[in-house]
Write a protein that binds this ligand. Structure first.
Ligand code: ZN
Length: 152
């Protein structure tokens, strides 16, 4: 039987630890969480640097796990975004105008995506690269026409 430092003996209150004999962690969940927090606090800079390094070295892995997370939590995330927009209309307005001029002049994907998102009410994942390119051509055409018009 496991006994935690705090006296906890209920095996269901322990985390799993495959390396140990009875497959249970040394500490109960509550103590383990406390311990993790202290450990994190003491090594914060190091852990952040390590995570950053991992992200830089494995962008594909990071993207994969992000996609997986987003897919699994789609409903919650959408709900959260919706709530955030409702609670912070000023912040949302600010981000929408956050594309800098270069994005707009050079018709960067980011800028075009933003237009498509807001005019067609599409989520980012539904906007294909072909569609972005098509929209870019449309804008270029429109700009060219406007340019011609202003010459006359
Ligand atoms: Zn404990």
């Amino acid at each position: 039987m496991r006994t935690c430092n705090c006296g906890e003996t209920d095996s269901t209150k322990f985390r799993k630890r495959m390396a140990s004999k009875d497959k249970l962690d040394y500490l109960c969940k509550i103590c383990a969480r406390k311990y993790d927090r202290i450990k994190y606090h003491n090594n914060r800079d190091k852990l952040i640097a390590r995570a950053q390094k991992f992200r830089n070295e494995h962008p594909d892995k990071v993207k994969k796990s992000k996609d997986k997370y987003n897919k699994a939590n789609r409903k919650i995330l959408l709900q959260r975004t919706k709530q955030f927009k409702k609670d912070n209309p000023e912040k949302v307005k600010k981000t929408q105008h956050n594309c800098d001029n270069r994005d707009i002049i050079e018709l960067k994907d980011r800028y075009i995506k933003q237009i498509l998102r807001s005019t067609l009410k599409l989520s980012s994942s539904k906007i294909s690269q072909d569609f972005i390119d098509l929209k870019r051509t449309q804008i270029q055409l429109k700009r060219a026409i406007q340019n011609e018009k202003s010459k006359n």
